[in-house]
Structure formats: structure tokens, C-alpha cells
Design a protein around this ligand. Structure first.
Ligand code: ADP
Ligand code: MG
Length: 283
């Protein structure tokens, strides 16, 4: 059975997408896992990191993104989403990441999310709007060892669709006051949701990102997180590094994980994080 987890934080810019993509590429390149990234964020950052902007435009123009899946719910007489047409195989510019697929996102998801939220439920012809993704992908998830869902920075209908297919979630956060502020709410809300749908969705852990070794705020907030009871904190800490920021640009030539995420132990950070995630998923 596939292990499925979501990447969540209510805050943007905390490294959700970078963590999702780097861990996905590492799981494929270094751990021989077959991996699917499901991009649910209208900002489409995971999508453009993995296939580049040009390819994304092509797919978007032809309705081959997850936005189409949700649009179909609003127009059930004109269903157009085609899983196989949307599924992008062997994505990533990392040389050895040959087993990584992507379900791309679209900027149109912003609109769709608003419409879904304001549409009376009767309009869905008895399809629960939080189950749209699950219905579309459930037969295909087990084609993969690991599925990672990159969620938008809120707990709206689109994110709940991601949680509906997940057995766990990770919370990337910068160890500062504002980035960690929403973590208790996330943990409580996901627990309530998992009770409502009677499925287990475990907090796998908090991933500390963009850590600055010389910051006393970071040191203090990290200590508070580690002492807290909301969710365990992964031992691996991802430092703030220009090389990691530069990895966001999709390259037309392939490169190694070290060339992409940086030498000096940076690519190794994602390796040890991937190892910890595997241990939690399988543990
Ligand atoms: N460890 C890091 N060091 C430096 N920059 C980073 C790091 N992780 C992410 N970034 C950069 O920070 C910005 C936000 O990261 P991103 O992964 O897009 O966050 P989110 O998905 O939470 O909005 C991006 O420009 C990204 O390249
Ligand atoms: Mg993002």
C-alpha cells in the first residue's frame, strides 16, 4: 500500500514546497522509491519546480491540471478531467530521480476553491466536495510507494481533499514566532477532521526549515517546539542556504542532488530527513 502524507502549514514561505520536492526527489534518487507529488497549491510552485513554467502553461491551456478535477465538480455535465492526461511521468531535473511523477496544479484553483466553498452542497449531486480528489486518484495511489501532497497555506476544501487521501502529514516551519503560530490549530483541526471521516491522519512531525544558526529567536523557538506536545520535531534541521533557494529554478539539463541542493551537507540534510520520514511512515 502507498504511504500518503500531506505537507501543511498555514503560513506561506516556510519551505513547504521546497521540502516536498526535495524529499520526493531524494526518495526517488537515493531510496529507489516510486513517488507521486500531488500539487494542490494554486501557487503551482511544486509543479514549476518539477516541470518548468513552459510545460505548465501547455498543460494548463489544455485543462490537464488538478484544477480541472475540481472544475468538473462545479459542472458535472461536462466532465473533462483525465487522470492519465494530467499525470506527468518521470518529472524532475535530478538525474537519478527517475521514479517521480506529478499531478500538476493550476492558478485556476484559486477561483475553484472560492466557488466550491460558496456552492450549496446539493449541487454536487451527492458527491462530498472533500472527496473529489480521493475519488479521482484512489485506484492509482498504490502504483506508488510514497505520495506527497503539497497543500495551500490554509485548511480549506482543497487542503481537506489532500488530507482525505493522507495517512499523515508533516509541518515545515521556520523556527520563528509567526511561522509556528498556527501549528496547534493545524494539529487540532486535522485531528477533528480525521475523527469526522474515521481515518487515521498522524502528525508525522515538524520540519524545521531555513534555520539560522546565529539567531537567538530560532534557537529559542526550536527549543519550544522540541519541548511542545503538538507534534514531534524531526531531528534533521534544514539550514537557511542560498543553494536551496536556487534549487527552485527548473533546469533543462539534469543534475545531481548535490548540484541542485548544495554541497557542504545540504543535499545530505534532505537525505536524512527522507530517512526519518520513511522510518515514521513505516513505524
Ligand atoms: N532552506 C532554505 N534556505 C533558503 N531558502 C529557502 C529554503 N527553503 C526554501 N527557501 C526559499 O524560500 C521561499 C519559500 O519556500 P517555499 O518552499 O516556496 O515555501 P512555501 O511552499 O511554504 O510557501 C522560496 O523562495 C524558496 O526557494
Ligand atoms: Mg508552496
Amino acid at each position: 500500500m502507498a504511504h500518503v502524507f500531506s505537507t501543511i502549514n498555514l503560513k506561506g514561505g516556510v519551505g513547504k514546497t521546497t521540502t516536498t520536492v526535495a524529499v520526493a526527489e531524494t526518495l526517488s534518487a537515493e531510496f529507489n522509491k516510486t513517488v507521486l507529488v500531488v500539487d494542490l497549491d494554486p501557487q503551482t510552485n511544486a509543479t514549476t519546480m518539477l516541470i518548468g513554467e513552459k510545460k505548465w502553461h501547455e498543460l494548463n491551456d489544455r485543462g490537464r491540471t488538478l484544477a480541472q478535477l475540481f472544475k468538473d465538480a462545479l459542472e458535472p455535465d461536462n466532465k473533462q478531467f483525465d487522470f492519465d492526461a494530467a499525470l506527468q511521468k518521470r518529472v524532475s531535473d535530478v538525474k537519478d530521480a527517475r521514479t517521480l511523477d506529478l499531478l500538476p496544479s493550476s492558478l485556476d484553483l484559486i477561483d475553484v476553491q472560492d466557488k466550491l466553498a460558496s456552492t450549496p452542497s446539493g449541487k454536487f449531486y451527492s458527491v462530498n466536495p472533500i472527496e473529489l480528489l480521493w475519488r479521482a486518484v484512489k485506484a492509482r495511489l498504490d502504483d506508488y510507494d510514497i505520495v506527497i501532497v503539497d497543500c495551500p497555506p490554509n485548511l480549506g476544501i482543497i487542503t481537506l481533499n489532500g488530507l482525505r487521501i493522507s495517512h499523515g502529514y508533516i509541518i515545515p516551519t521556520i523556527p520563528d514566532i509567526l511561522s509556528t503560530y498556527g501549528i496547534p490549530q493545524i494539529v487540532t483541526r486535522v485531528r477533528e477532521f480525521s475523527d469526522e471521516i474515521a481515518e487515521t491522519i498522524d502528525p508525522l512531525g515538524i520540519v524545521v526549515t531555513k534555520h539560522q544558526a546565529n539567531s537567538s529567536v530560532h534557537a529559542n523557538v526550536l527549543r519550544t517546539l522540541q519541548a511542545g506536545k503538538d507534534a514531534p520535531v524531526f531531528d534533521t534541521i534544514i539550514p537557511q542556504a542560498n543553494d536551496i533557494a536556487g534549487a527552485a529554478e527548473h533546469q533543462s539539463h539534469s543534475r545531481t542532488l548535490k548540484q541542485k541542493y548544495g554541497y557542504r551537507g545540504l543535499a545530505d540534510c534532505y537525505r536524512s530527513l527522507a530517512e526519518e520520514i520513511i522510518a515514521r511512515l513505516e513505524g
